[in-house]
Design a protein around this ligand. Structure first.
Ligand SMILES: [Zn+2]
Ligand SMILES: [Zn+2]
Length: 246
């Protein structure tokens, strides 16, 4: 999110045994995805699945590009699209329909471009040997309503991780996941203004030392970064940084 960074999207790559083709799950597809994916050498047809956490454009703004590029350039390559059921209608009606509905093969729907996999928070989903729990986390809280994002708790072969996506600072609700995860990917805002829609660094620094010791920070803005390692965190995630989650 910093000025010289891309948005907070990630590629999860797994190579299932007996299959030497890596399978790639893009976790959120923001409006920067066209450039960020190319920087790491991927074209849209290298992506086999996309997970959508919530409907802000830094998480879904690249889906129209991906849909059209796959349709027109990459011979109809279809990615699976994973999102909780309640996001699918607004994703289409309020975000994607304007650009994708009318196409040369007649009126289209989300399923004309993606293999849509509706998720429930009860069951989560499986991805090539990994299981993901899908956890609603409050993101934008107003007196009228609460916008949720859907965080992920991933269970790999040997490691587990908690990815907050976009969430308010909510140690009470997040602590069970913080405690059981081997690695935490935590959205973190910097700077003088506390927006209230992300955990701020000043809040995260108050977490117990054993939680901070496995916490990586992302989704930060272009302010001078504090010394996160000195404060007990793993650090700030840099663009193109990769992690072994096997
Ligand atoms: Zn958001
Ligand atoms: Zn965001």
């Amino acid at each position: 999110m910093a000025a010289d960074n891309f948005q907070s999207n990630m590629v999860l790559e797994t190579t299932p045994s007996g299959n030497d083709q890596p399978q790639r799950l893009l976790i959120d597809c923001g409006s920067d995805a066209r450039h960020s994916l190319r920087n790491i050498g991927h074209m849209p047809n290298d992506i086999h699945g996309v997970y959508v956490s919530h409907l802000h454009s830094d998480h879904i703004g690249g889906l129209e590009w991906m849909a059209l590029a796959n349709y027109f350039v990459f011979e109809g390559h279809r990615a699976e699209l994973y999102a909780v059921d309640e996001l699918l209608e607004p994703l289409w009606e309020h975000s994607l329909r304007g650009g994708l509905e009318i196409s040369d093969h007649g009126n289209s729907k989300l399923s004309s471009y993606f293999d849509v996999v509706p998720l429930s928070t009860k069951n989560g989903f499986d991805w090539h040997g990994m299981h993901f729990d899908v956890i609603p986390v409050a993101h934008v809280v107003t007196p009228e309503s609460t916008m949720y994002s859907y965080a992920l708790f991933g269970h790999g072969q040997n490691k587990s991780f908690f990815l907050t996506t976009d969430a308010i600072f909510n140690p009470e609700d997040h602590m069970p996941f913080y405690k059981k995860a081997d690695i935490i990917f935590q959205d973190c805002e910097l700077g003088p203004r506390h927006s209230g829609v992300h955990a701020h660094y000043d809040q995260l620094v108050t977490l117990p030392a054993e939680i901070k010791a496995k916490m990586w920070l992302y989704h930060y803005q272009a302010y001078d970064k504090p010394d996160a390692v000195a404060d007990g965190f793993c650090g700030f995630i840099e663009p193109e940084q990769s992690f072994d989650l096997g």
